[in-house]
Write a protein that binds this ligand. Structure first.
Ligand SMILES: *[C@@H]1O[C@H](CO)[C@@H](O)[C@H](O)[C@H]1NC(C)=O
Ligand SMILES: *[C@@H]1O[C@H](CO)[C@@H](O)[C@H](O)[C@H]1NC(C)=O
Ligand SMILES: *[C@@H]1O[C@H](CO)[C@@H](O)[C@H](O)[C@H]1NC(C)=O
Ligand SMILES: *[C@@H]1O[C@H](CO)[C@@H](O)[C@H](O)[C@H]1NC(C)=O
Ligand SMILES: *[C@@H]1O[C@H](CO)[C@@H](O)[C@H](O)[C@H]1NC(C)=O
Ligand SMILES: *[C@@H]1O[C@H](CO)[C@@H](O)[C@H](O)[C@H]1NC(C)=O
Ligand SMILES: *[C@@H]1O[C@H](CO)[C@@H](O)[C@H](O)[C@H]1NC(C)=O
Ligand SMILES: *[C@@H]1O[C@H](CO)[C@@H](O)[C@H](O)[C@H]1NC(C)=O
Ligand SMILES: *[C@@H]1O[C@H](CO)[C@@H](O)[C@H](O)[C@H]1NC(C)=O
Ligand SMILES: *[C@@H]1O[C@H](CO)[C@@H](O)[C@H](O)[C@H]1NC(C)=O
Ligand SMILES: *[C@@H]1O[C@H](CO)[C@@H](O)[C@H](O)[C@H]1NC(C)=O
Ligand SMILES: *[C@@H]1O[C@H](CO)[C@@H](O)[C@H](O)[C@H]1NC(C)=O
Length: 736
């Protein structure tokens, strides 16, 4: 029943030099019924070349049960070619390495300990969140078991730490590293302990316990807690420094489904590929078939459009936004001008006396403008404040270390145009400040025009209530979706900039035991949404993954409390390809009024409509599928809570909403139609008499002969409104 993991034996040395790990999808024929995992595995083995199957050499890496019908094995290209002739073979893909998408947030999200949604949802009590990541640092107070109930009876997983580290909070921890070992060509730490920090951070963001008196360099102080502080955590370590192998990811997903988790959180993602070749998409489909909600990172490749990861419609695709907290480090120039930037590291002993300001980039030396490794060799920056552009070959914190090694006293990190106004509070190793692009222009201009430019940094600590907030982070990946342009992505944005959460290592020497760190990425936004999904699962155990997703999307905020529309890194209103439905509003998601529901089977006509072959559809859904037996639907006809329309001929889409609000209720249509488009909704009023009643409406899009379109895209929304509820769907229209 469970999947089995095999040690890799001698493959890398003598026998077969050209072996690599392949993920092999096969098709179960009706005659094949497996009563045990051994049966299944021996059927999988029958696909291996006979010379291999009979030899002592163990080429099987993973034998999967839930994530895919198939296995991972060490094979040569010729062997894969030979396998293609076998009955039941579907496809084989070489293993890939996918990158990771590297406090205060509960109250920013409107979660208060003593009232409202947190209390109503019991803080996620009884729900299990599975996190696929770099492992976890088990003995952190965020993962203490005190006050936690035992895991629910359905839990079948195991925890590979010792009995003191595993408890009722951290109920599961395992490592899957066979794929990474083969691809990285080096051993990995097999214990599920986190030697990176990423997995500890994401886990505690989703479900960390309440921890009092947290601070970092005196900043961001307060009580830290994950979104679902009473939910259980299970770590599946599938990522290592260097990345996460598809084959290990599938093994982790396989185990999580077998273990009966309720929510899966994946802060991992590669570039867009078709769903039948995308392990996360395929594994996530296996999860939703077991009613497990899946939240995944949108990616950190913004602000460029078409840069998304994890585009499948059965996944919640999460972009990153800023909060109203800044950790201010003000740049003061010799001319008296001051510019507020950010840094977590705020040393008390840094003098506010002006120091010489230098820009290594002026030398024209390659990499010097971005202070890359090696570019400052031979340059003496002693006692100077150094200007470094973001980007290039080095990370933001790494630049500081390079500047420090060259003697620099401080660093001003200059946002590029694409970084805009998104400043990031990092745990720098020297006095530093990240300033916006607009401020960077002024600082560089001062440097350029002054005979002897001077600057310093003044540390001002934590500022709450910063406006505007939220804003979309510059790095948050943007749509449109490439794999399925007819589904609007990303789905949602949540906090992903300068997020405080648990960390395995000491960061602030003043706080050696309570180790927390502040980091940024859609990786940080994803577990916020996973935790919120756990709260929703706790308060609505009967909701499907699609229902939870619909509730989150149709209730999202599109405006800020004080600033009007949510803006992006340019301070202009964020479009639908930037923020999807908007910023998550957890309390509202708990009571959405109407939901757009979907069952796993509903995706079959959609996948057929993407023109995938029967075998491709089947490798995702694992149902025996013949598209000719289904009426294919266009992407726009999937019962999705948003619309992405390519306008050519007139198109009509039906949507079905389920009443989860008041029994007797009536909804009318409120809308803002995209410019250049005629839209007709029928009917314009939906009347319900019962809870769980369903109503269908049609939306027809056609090119408007009268109103002018400008550009290639237009956007709008439609909202079903009752006296109590507002159920909003964003619309994007692409003109041919
Ligand atoms: C979302 O909107 C509601 C209502 O305007 C507001 O109370 C809440 O603070 C907003 N949430 C965020 C994160 O801006
Ligand atoms: C359990 O493991 C932790 C490290 O994860 C270690 O510090 C502790 O000493 C171990 N306890 C026992 C009883 O082995
Ligand atoms: C947190 O700090 C407050 C005030 O300094 C103190 O009263 C309280 O005991 C501390 N709590 C913990 C858990 O250390
Ligand atoms: C954080 O620290 C500041 C300054 O020390 C203090 O005024 C504030 O009350 C603290 N906040 C919390 C939540 O402890
Ligand atoms: C993609 O980016 C370009 C340049 O920034 C912009 O002009 C275009 O409108 C964008 N496309 C979409 C669909 O947002
Ligand atoms: C400030 O304090 C830090 C840590 O205590 C120390 O490493 C650094 O040298 C000090 N800097 C100055 C300018 O005194
Ligand atoms: C720069 O200096 C570092 C440390 O001294 C050295 O490892 C590196 O090779 C040098 N790089 C170049 C390009 O000279
Ligand atoms: C400095 O100013 C000169 C003259 O205006 C200009 O040509 C040059 O591009 C500027 N350099 C930078 C780095 O802005
Ligand atoms: C699928 O093929 C049909 C017929 O060729 C075409 O009209 C449709 O646009 C294709 N769909 C997609 C998503 O490519
Ligand atoms: C498709 O329909 C045909 C005719 O009804 C039936 O014989 C066949 O089994 C169906 N195939 C699948 C995969 O459902
Ligand atoms: C809904 O309205 C109908 C007819 O007006 C009434 O019979 C029914 O009791 C109402 N249901 C609820 C739950 O109020
Ligand atoms: C929606 O459209 C379908 C097909 O075009 C039609 O059969 C149905 O009656 C329409 N429903 C409504 C409520 O207009």
């Amino acid at each position: 029943m469970g999947r089995t993991q095999h040690a890799l034996l001698t493959h890398k040395t003598t026998k077969s030099p050209h072996l690599q790990t392949y993920i092999v999808h096969v098709r179960q024929l009706e005659k094949e019924v497996f009563t045990s995992s051994e049966d299944r595995e021996s059927w999988y083995r029958s696909f291996l070349p006979s010379s291999v199957a009979s030899s002592e050499e163990n080429r099987m890496v993973y034998s999967y049960t839930h994530a895919i019908t198939g296995f991972a094995a060490q094979l040569s290209e010729e062997e894969v070619e030979a396998m293609k002739g076998k009955e039941g073979f579907v496809s084989a893909f070489p293993d890939r390495l996918l990158p990771l998408q590297t406090t205060h947030s509960p109250s920013f999200m409107g979660l208060q300990p003593d009232a409202g949604f947190w209390k109503d949802s019991n803080f996620g009590k009884g729900v299990i969140i599975g996190v696929l990541d770099t492992g976890i640092f088990p003995d952190h107070p965020s993962f203490g078991g005190e006050g936690m109930p035992p895991p629910p009876a359905k839990w079948k997983g195991r925890c590979d730490f010792n009995a003191t580290s595993c408890n009722n909070k951290l109920i599961g921890a395992r490592t899957f590293d066979s794929g990474a070992k083969a691809m990285l060509g080096r051993p990995t730490a097999e214990a599920p302990v986190d030697d990176e920090g990423h997995g500890t951070h994401t886990s505690s963001t989703a479900a960390g316990a309440f921890v009092e008196n947290v601070s970092i360099f005196g900043n961001a102080n307060g009580t830290a807690a994950g979104m679902a502080p009473l939910a259980h955590l299970a770590m599946y370590k599938v990522c290592f420094s260097g990345g996460c192998a598809d084959s290990d990811l599938l093994a982790g997903l396989d185990a999580a489904v077998e273990d009966n988790v309720d929510v899966l959180s994946l802060s991992i993602g590669g570039f867009s590929i078709p769903f039948y070749a995308d392990s996360i998409a395929i594994g996530a489909f296996g999860a939703i078939q077991k009613n497990i909600f899946v939240s995944c990172a949108a990616g950190n490749s913004g602000p460029y459009n078409q840069s998304l990861s994890n585009e499948a419609p059965w996944i919640l695709t999460v972009g990153a936004s800023t909060m109203d907290r800044r950790i201010v480090a003000t740049v003061k120039l010799g001319n008296g001008e001051e510019y507020d930037g950010e840094s977590v590291y705020q040393p008390k002993n840094f003098s506010s006396d002006l120091l010489p300001l230098v820009f290594p980039g002026a030398s024209g030396k390659p990499g010097a403008a971005t202070c890359d490794e090696g570019s400052l060799n031979g340059t003496d920056l002693s006692g100077q404040v150094v200007l470094c552009l973001r980007g290039g070959a080095s990370g933001r914190v790494e630049k500081g270390a390079i500047v420090q090694a060259a003697g620099g006293a401080a660093m001003i990190l200059l946002n590029r145009e694409e970084d805009g106004y998104t400043t990031i509070a990092d745990t720098h190793v020297l006095p530093a400040s990240d300033v916006s692009f607009m401020d960077a222009l002024k600082i560089v201009s001062y440097w350029n025009s002054s005979e002897s430019p001077m600057a310093t940094i003044i540390f001002k600590g934590t500022v709450l209530g910063y406006r505007p907030s939220p804003t979309v982070a510059s790095f948050s990946s943007r749509g449109p979706s490439l794999a399925s342009p007819g589904i609007l992505k990303p789905d949602i944005i949540g906090p992903g900039v300068s997020v405080l959460a648990a960390w395995p290592f000491q960061v602030d020497p003043a706080n050696p035991l309570l180790t927390f760190n502040i980091i940024s990425g859609t990786s940080m936004a994803t577990p916020h949404l996973s935790g919120i999904a756990a709260l929703l699962k706790s308060s609505h155990p009967d909701w499907s993954p699609a229902a939870i997703k619909s509730a989150i999307m149709t209730t999202a905020n599109t405006t800020t409390k004080t600033f009007g529309a949510i803006v992006d890194q340019t301070m202009r209103p964020a479009d639908v390809f930037t923020m999807g439905s908007g910023h998550v509003n957890p309390s509202q998601a708990n009571d959405p009024g109407l939901i757009y529901d979907l069952e796993p089977m509903d995706y079959i006509p959609y996948l057929c409509g993407l023109n995938y072959s029967d075998a491709e559809v089947q490798s995702i859904t694992r149902y025996i599928v013949s598209c000719s037996n289904y009426t294919s639907i266009s992407e726009g006809e999937l019962n999705y809570p948003s619309f992405s329309v390519k306008l050519g001929p007139t198109q009509t889409f039906s949507r079905t909403v389920t009443n989860v609000g008041e029994a007797n209720s009536s909804y009318t249509m409120e809308f803002w139609w995209p410019d250049g488009v005629d839209v007709i909704v029928e009917p314009m009023v939906l009347v319900f008499g019962e809870v769980m009643e369903k109503k269908t409406y049609n939306v027809t899009f056609s090119e408007s002969p009268s109103s002018g379109k400008s550009g290639t895209f237009a956007e709008g929304y439609l909202t079903w409104v009752s006296p109590k509820y507002s159920v909003r769907s964003p619309i994007s229209v692409a003109f041919e």
